[in-house]
Design a protein around this ligand. Sequence first.
Ligand SMILES: *Cc1c(COP(=O)(O)O)cnc(C)c1O
Length: 547
Amino acid sequence: MSSHTASQRYLSTRGGSYDLSFEEAVLKGLASDGGLFIPEEIPSLPSDWVSKWQHLSFGELAYEIFSLYISPFEIPATDLKDIIRRSYSTFRTEDVTPTVTLDKDKNIHLLELFHGPTFAFKDVALQFLGNLFEYFLVRRNQGKTGRDREHLTVIGATSGDTGSAAIYGLRGKKDVSVFIMHPQGKVSPIQEAQMTTVMDANVHNLAVDGTFDDCQDFVKALFADPEINKTHRLAAVNSINWARILAQITYYFYAYFNLIRKPSFLPASTIRFVVPTGNFGDILAGYFAKRMGLPAEKLVIATNENDILHRFWQTGKYEKKPVHGKEAEGGIPQDGVKVHEDGVKETLSPAMDILVSSNFERLLWFLAYEVYTTSSDAVAQRRSQAGEHVRLWLDALKAEGGFNVDQQILAAAKKDFESERVSDRQTLQTITEIFSSPSSQGYILDPHSAIGITGALRSAERATPPSTHHISLATAHPAKFSSAVDMALNGQRGYSWDVVLPSEFVGLEDKPRRVSNVKKSEGWEGVRRVVVAEVEAELQAVERAGK
Ligand SMILES: *Cc1c(COP(=O)(O)O)cnc(C)c1O
């Protein structure tokens, strides 16, 4: 591995495309062969990285890391610095992602990722992605006016978190419109208010009188529709976009530097990161950090009962549905857990309710490259062999609902990762215990972060303090998941909802809203009509204001 940063290029995990620029990878999102984009090489760190980087601000550190993945011929240094500055100036703490110590004796720390505009970790990536989209489009549109300008129409579906973070990342951006569909009345009141009270002309909320699955089906139908693709340049902001992974690498390094400054961190100490995981995007950034050279001993995946990843690490089988529906801990069926038609369980940590983890495909590519190819072969040949393995696995997932990997691949996966599955009941128990424990002093976890902490506590029984430190990622502010937090803490001494609620949320639900209603019965063509009409109205308004 070397860091020929000037020539960093991207390829598809399924072997169908090579040698793409960063800009192409970001604007396309998904490769034409259905694969995901990864850098052709994982850059290694400069030899003096610790002394050079340890006192940098979050933004300065982001610049150093991004520069290893983005050629300066694509984005000149001053432009990249400006994009980064604007992306993180919207955060409420100067640290952007501060670390707090939750348990001194057990060396358990929390990396708080929820200080952005929508109070969830997705802001770290989507604030950056929004500015990148705008930067690329404005550059392509230099000297062009009116209808000659390229316009990007971002379309997404949400059950809460992604939608609000995407809207706050893209609001007011030039040459970009964003349409976010949500199931009417099925998103938490705070999240619905966050999305629909944004009044920027380029933000379009669509409330569908159906389920989240209906919304997702509409998105898929639009992306597959030749007609709208002829007239509109569609883009997605879901977690498969490479720029989102890249943006998340920074906080692993930032947390590391934070930790090594603590007196409790000894020269021989080791570090484990624990990550509440759904689509595998957050933890994949940790994998890149580790492969670059960050000394993390293990990355611990913490899932809820949608546990496809946990089952993979136990068995080597990546399978949509367990053989028997009930996999609850201790074999006790969880009463009242709603299971969707496709097998997704509705849990108290909805941002992790997934059937398959889309970013896992990226890890598979690196595992196949490492295990199945030999260094005596030419690099191009090794890359295409890895892509071929990934394609076969993903074809089997589609056709048969799953696939098995052999022991070598599983062993390679276990070198870097461990996994834990956490039930709803344990999630609530952890929120209660951390709140009432003397060492954590009333700290209130949201249910996603509580899954991470549960995983960290279990991992600390294997990898014991004081020599091991655990950094668990806190992915959302507790106020976003009021019902679970209330369930865990109601009646506890010193708890009231007022302590949880940030001032930004007070009065949010009474603000004016803008949202278009979409009828499920009118199908995806109905959604297309609304999208086409609203983009047209937006462009006309821009023209009237401009020329
Ligand atoms: C999206 C999300 C996650 C899961 O992250 P992945 O990258 O999908 O693994 C966890 N917690 C919260 C609050 C989220 O919004």
